[in-house]
Design a protein around this ligand. Sequence first.
Ligand code: SAH
Length: 229
Amino acid sequence: MKFSSGQRFVIQMSAIDTYRHKGMRSQLVELLRSKGISDERVLHAIEQVPRHVFFDKAFIEHAYEDKAFQIGSGQTISQPYTVAYQSQALQATPGMKVLEIGTGSGYQAAVLAEMGLKVFSIERHRPLYEKSRKMLDSLGYRQIKTTFGDGYAGWPVFAPFDRVIVTAAAPEIPPALVEQMKPGGRLVIPLGQEEDQVMVILTRQADGSVVREDGELFRFVPMLPGKVF
Ligand code: SAH
């Protein structure tokens, strides 16, 4: 059998996803359950994705704590509870197309892929885009599409989407993201410029109007316009 270099790396990666890591993931899933996450598809996905490989070595021992951590370029990998909450709020079913704004480490994208979704993810920081692309390929998530760009414009060539998830705090709802949603589509976005932001869930109606629900408060890095090379 012939392996591409990518496939060889998958084997190395799986070798470092030990029983200890799997055990810590099971504990994390139980913690998320106790905090109110009940969507089995979300919990199963979190159980599958080796969160520690998305961490810089210095923080790897903390990968299964329910905390956010630095991933470089001044950005953070969201806290597991936040990832679970947003993933659950999407109310997505397998096969749906989901657009993510803020690839960051690629962890949230991997969780969405494990939920059976077709993932399209945009990152405005070039080094993070490149690093997350390599990581996703090495873990075998080649089906996840990522791009270096400004999420305020959405990703018109792949629109419309069933679901949109924004993983940075936006001052207001970017119109392009609503426009690129199918009727019945849901957008999950932390909104506001205060220290804490409210998780807003928008549902697009058949006539193009939207219905807004407000969820819990979270703390995200800001959604900024433009690209950083
Ligand atoms: N989902 C990520 C969390 C990343 S933190 C993960 O699982 O690791 C938020 C990310 O959003 C940062 O990487 C930041 O650079 C990115 N971001 C902020 N504004 C953006 C924009 N306008 N378009 C694309 N990405 C953006």
